[in-house]
Design a protein around this ligand. Structure first.
Ligand code: KG4
Ligand code: ZN
Length: 358
């Protein structure tokens, strides 16, 4: 019987030190044999955000242990590994280098190929870990650093349909949470707070809602939250502001997703089932899942979300990309650099900052 491919994945692009082992399973999605994620929340909490130097130091301290743990939990030996897939970008260069160098040394000593993975491609393919998802599909990537609608034609083939012209959605959640006085990381804490609030209490702006195609903007919303946060004191006011912020995001995503569906339909004329994948840390948000499911159903798209534990940064999704690249022998040399900027669609124009014409 042919040996099933086993991939070790390593991820250190930001504030999670992660390693995972997956094994191909011909019939369906691969088996996740282990998926170890060590978060640095405690390291960055007092600073209210990720401090690159501290993050890198923490990766250096833990990477050895985390990879050992992932190997141990997988029940495999290092000699069973067919390739090492590692995040090479985008992200903090000092953090990326830790995982990349560690992966290179394992690759060299075991004489197994190195596969350099784009972190965003990891998020893009994350549902494939549990679902036998086929190409093409529409992707909404919502994380701490990115917010994009992308048409995913196949592995490595992406067309950006829309992006944020200022803050990423995760960043907007984190900054709003901070203004309300919630701990880092803000997104999940804001979601809990919002459960106790009135979503209709504050009427917040929805920048570029009716222009700019499916591009989005959150900077004006953040300014409005800042103003209100200075005027309120009672705990209930804070719940209401959190709920109103989340409600505004729901409305923005509802409108922009409908536009993205139309744009996707223009370039994918096949009448067969259309899949809509929502991935990245913010895809863990239950209210956003609800509204995106509703808008998908109304527009004949099949909504697909990775399970909660695979929405945030993890190495199983990096191994998933590794497995697909392994099949086409898409390997990298040991001098592959860390790439702090690495867009999925490198033809898309840079669209950022005030003054962007839409
Ligand atoms: O994908 P991810 O783990 O890391 C990046 O690649 O950026 O995303 C992290 C982001 C953070 O901004 C975090 O606050 C946000 O995802 N996030 C959430 C939720 N869980 C994580 N935002 C809203 N609601 C959540 N439940
Ligand atoms: Zn991520």
């Amino acid at each position: 019987m042919k040996k099933k491919t086993v991939i070790l994945g390593i991820e250190t692009s930001c504030d999670e030190t992660a390693a995972a082992v997956i094994q191909e399973n011909n019939a369906i999605s691969p088996d996740i044999l282990s998926n170890v994620v060590s978060s640095q929340i405690d390291v960055h909490k007092e600073f209210g955000g990720v401090v690159p130097e501290l993050a890198a130091r923490s990766h250096i301290e833990k990477i050895d242990l985390i990879v050992k743990k992932a190997m141990h939990e997988s029940g495999k030996n290092l000699s069973d590994i067919d390739a090492i897939a590692v995040t090479a970008g985008p992200g903090l260069v000092v953090c990326l280098s830790v995982g990349l160098n560690f992966a290179k040394s394992i690759s060299f000593s075991l004489n197994r190929p190195l596969i350099a993975v784009n972190h965003l491609e990891g998020h893009a393919l994350s549902p494939k870990l549990i679902d036998n998802l086929k190409y093409p599909y529409l992707l909404l990537l919502i994380s701490g650093g990115h917010t994009q609608f992308l048409s995913v034609k196949k592995l490595g083939k992406y067309k950006r349909l829309g992006t944020t012209i200022d803050d990423a959605l995760g960043e907007a959640f984190d900054k709003t949470a901070k203004m309300i006085g919630l701990d880092f990381p803000g997104g999940p804490n804001l979601e809990k707070f919002a459960e106790k609030g009135d979503p209709k209490r504050f009427n917040l702006p929805k920048p570029i809602l009716n222009r700019g195609g499916c591009n989005v903007s959150f900077a004006g919303l953040k300014t409005a939250v800042l103003k209100i946060s200075k005027l309120i004191k009672a705990e209930q006011d804070k719940y209401d502001l959190a709920a109103s912020f989340q409600e505004t995001i729901k409305e923005i995503l509802k409108v922009k997703t409908k536009i993205a569906f139309k744009e996707y339909n223009k370039i994918n004329k096949k009448k067969s089932e259309k899949n809509f994948v929502v991935a990245g840390g913010v895809a863990a948000n239950k209210e956003l899942r609800k509204i995106l499911t509703k808008v998908s159903n109304e527009n004949k798209f099949n909504p697909i979300f990775p399970p909660q534990n695979l929405c945030g940064d993890n190495a199983a999704m990096i191994a998933m990309v590794g497995l697909e690249k392994f099949k086409s022998k898409n390997f990298n040399k040991l001098d592959h650099p860390a790439k702090p900027r690495w867009p999925l669609d490198d033809k898309a124009i840079f669209l950022k900052g005030a003054g962007v014409k839409l």
